[in-house]
Design a protein around this ligand. Sequence first.
Ligand SMILES: Cc1ncc(C[n+]2csc(CCOP(=O)(O)OP(=O)(O)O)c2C)c(N)n1
Ligand code: SF4
Length: 309
Amino acid sequence: MKVTREHYRSVKDLPSAEFVAPGSPLCAGCGGLTTLRLFHKVLGGKVVVVNAAGCMTLMATYPFTPLRSSWLYTTMASPSAGAQGLRDALDILIESGRLPADENLEVLVLAGDGSTIDMGLSSTSGAIHRGLNFWYLCYDNEAYGNTGFQASPASPLGSLTATSPLGTPWSKKDIFEIWRSHRPPYVATISPHDAVDLAEKIERARPLCGPKLFVSLATCPPGWGFEPAMGDELAKLAIETGIWPLKEATDGSIRHTFIPEHRRPVEAYLEPQRRYRHLFHPDRRDDVIAAIQAAVDRYWDAAIASERC
Ligand SMILES: Cc1ncc(C[n+]2csc(CCOP(=O)(O)OP(=O)(O)O)c2C)c(N)n1
Ligand code: SF4
């Protein structure tokens, strides 16, 4: 089931302008880069990107950059503090007449899951609490990708990373709920597979003043172990199996923008990825596969029950 779309009916309705040019040192088939390209396209060109150290930092290999927008690079722990400084500076310059109002910029934090869910969470929590008017795009490749794919608290149960060679024993930290508990105006999950859903969510968030989070599943060919051409199929499978729910919370109230009523078994998503190969070869780990399936089923049973109320 899909919700009614108000702004975009198909990808043909998306703006044609590009703000991320082709050609960057990022890996072929990076789902995070696809999300950024789509996100920037819809948000528009009047943007300053505040980028925490991570894979996307590779875009700013001086003197080259594929970005047409402005860029501020921060440590992993401080993109939201950087966003606060930029927002304040822009507001003061406009208020004092030193910058024309039509030169205002949207402030967009761009950060990986490690920075978002772990190291940068404290400064972000402060920024949300202060009601900072900014956009936050987390590309969640489910590990510390840039430094060799070490486990992060976003690494899902059973996944192999450089620091969990037997499979991560924990479930992902729920950044959607962590943000939602701060009561920001808007929180959403998105996917590089569904450009229209992503674009609709940006339009719904645009009129809202305050912190706005978008968490995108970032399919990662080298870290997850799949051929770059398969990225879109995997992102689709994450939605169809129910592993990556597409949802939003406006003023705390959650709704799913797609409910996979006939969910595919999680194996369809897990088996093609090298990071889950140990669950299938040489012996099947039915216990771990069943635990992953049970968590997905529990999530959707609760979600469907609450949305029917
Ligand atoms: C305080 C600090 N510790 C470690 C590093 C080294 N470092 C640079 S990028 C990175 C990984 C970032 O992971 P994530 O935020 O998930 O983004 P990704 O690399 O996956 O894009 C690390 C550990 C750093 N820059 N700063
Ligand atoms: S390691 Fe993964 S997230 Fe990082 S650039 Fe490559 S594909 Fe993208």
